[in-house]
Design a protein around this ligand. Structure first.
Ligand SMILES: Cc1cc2nc3c(=O)[nH]c(=O)nc-3n(C[C@H](O)[C@H](O)[C@H](O)COP(=O)(O)OP(=O)(O)OC[C@H]3O[C@@H](n4cnc5c(N)ncnc54)[C@H](O)[C@@H]3O)c2cc1C
Length: 421
């Protein structure tokens, strides 16, 4: 054993959204219940390509939340604009909250640093396996020395090397600019979820601009595409420039920061259990909602459930992040989109125009009731959706072909914490 070898109750691999959240829930849950804190080792790679780049998380939350002090912005009014410029705006009962990963990482890092029982280990994990009595996590530390960690349980949040076999796999890929304008251009009370006045990919995909105003002269503006392969930086930036300069006519503006991401949208099933004592959490554990790419709220729910099971002495298997019903509806939607049976822009703008906003948001948040889903279904393109639902059981699951690096998917995905091809 070298001096980096250690044992613990729990090893958490990865200090991104899910790793930090789980480590914090484990220690805060124990403190809240008056139990001794579990000994947690939180392993993260040294600064470099394996670290997830900074990102912006948005999520819906009803009322005040635990991270409200960390938010960059929050909205209760949302809008969607179709390709002809018709806008639907509405007020919602939940708040759409924007949290920068830097703020979250700093705050949870500080909370964990003052928690007895948590130790952070800088190292790259290369192997995790069951051993008698628990799990073994091996890797190399920042100086290239091997380490070995033994624990009762291991939670792995490393991006999966491969996506699971699926009927449909699309990528949600985007590039965003934080822009500062010379004059007041934005309404900071309204978050623009989708604006379809932007170049569209061929049938089988869709594209829109997502615009989150931070003040009258500052916003995060993202060109977002759902399709089977990522685009070049130039494609995203040309679309952003056209949108800001021609569609919105913002006048002079400065790009102060950029953000880029690739999120797989798949109806494949992520295995949450990788061994007797080894579990996957976060995006690796299926937290990404297939139809939207949102994961932050789901991975918080997963972390809370795992910590509760651990505290109660049960096997801490992370629960399914999304219900069977929602995953089935998402599978239908993904396939209807990918086959070009529905027009993505018309579908999403119709969803917001023909339904009360809270009904749509309950669906997107995964807490809609069957009655709400039925109502949404009746206002959707019924025939193509029913045909897609009917054929779903007969569509084979296919392994996802990793594209060659030259296509950009692999490098972009690794760089931005998506999928390691
Ligand atoms: C740019 C971007 C924006 C997003 N925006 C939203 C949003 O607005 N709302 C939302 O709900 N979801 C969003 N998502 C989806 C999802 O919430 C995020 O991807 C989220 O960060 C997933 O958390 P995670 O812990 O599963 O993965 P990550 O946060 O990526 O964490 C994975 C961790 O594993 C570590 N790691 C990797 N390899 C190793 C190794 N070999 N050894 C040890 N550690 C390793 C990494 O350093 C990282 O810390 C976004 C995703 C991206 C990429």
């Amino acid at each position: 054993m070298t001096d980096t070898d250690a044992d613990a109750d729990v090893v958490v691999v990865g200090a991104g959204a899910s790793g930090l959240s789980l480590a914090w829930r484990l220690v805060s849950g124990a403190a809240g219940a008056g139990r001794a804190a579990p000994r947690v080792l939180l392993v993260e790679p040294p600064p470099g390509p394996l670290r997830s780049p900074e990102r912006t998380w948005c999520f819906w939350e009803e009322g005040p939340g635990e991270f409200d002090d960390l938010l960059t912005a929050a909205w209760t009014r949302l809008s969607v604009t179709d390709g002809d410029g018709r806008t639907t705006t509405g007020a919602c009962g939940t708040t759409y909250k924007m949290l920068r990963s830097t703020a979250y990482t700093r705050e949870l890092g500080a909370r964990l640093a003052s928690s007895a029982g948590v130790r952070r280990v800088t190292g790259t994990v290369t192997g995790i396996r069951d051993v008698p009595g628990g799990g073994e996590t091996t890797g190399v530390d920042a100086d290239g020395r091997p380490f070995r960690l033994l624990s009762r349980w291991v939670f792995d949040s490393r991006p999966p090397r491969r996506l699971p076999p699926a009927r449909t796999t699309l990528l949600q890929h985007f590039r965003g600019w934080f822009v500062q304008t010379r004059r007041a251009c934005f309404d900071p009370s309204v978050a623009q979820l989708m604006d379809f006045r932007t170049p569209q990919p061929p049938p089988g995909g869709l594209a829109f601009v997502y615009l989150l105003p931070l003040s009258e002269d500052e916003a995060l503006v993202e060109y977002t595409v759902f399709s089977t392969s990522v685009a070049s930086t130039r494609t995203y930036e040309t679309a952003l420039r056209r949108y800001l300069e021609d569609t919105r006519r913002l006048g002079d503006y400065t790009v102060t920061e950029t953000e880029h991401g690739v999120i797989p949208m798949t109806d494949g099933v992520f295995r949450r259990r990788a061994g007797r004592s080894v579990f996957r959490i976060g995006a690796a554990g299926g937290a990404v909602r297939p139809s939207t790419g949102y994961a932050f709220a789901a991975l918080q729910r997963q972390a809370t459930a795992v910590a509760a099971a651990y505290g109660a002495g049960r096997t801490p298997l992370p629960p399914e992040a999304h219900s069977w019903r929602h995953r089935t509806m998402d599978a239908v939607l993904l396939r209807a989109l990918a086959t070009g049976r529905i027009d993505g822009g018309a579908f999403f703008t119709g969803l917001f125009r023909r339904n009360p906003l809270d009904r749509v948001l309950h669906f997107l948040e995964g807490r809609s009731t069957p009655a709400q889903e039925w109502a949404i279904g009746l206002r959707a393109p019924v025939l193509p959706m029913v045909r897609t639902l009917g054929e779903l059981p007969f569509v084979p699951l296919r392994a996802v072909q990793a594209e060659r690096p030259s296509s950009g998917v692999r490098s972009a995905a690794v760089e931005h914490g998506g999928v390691q091809a």
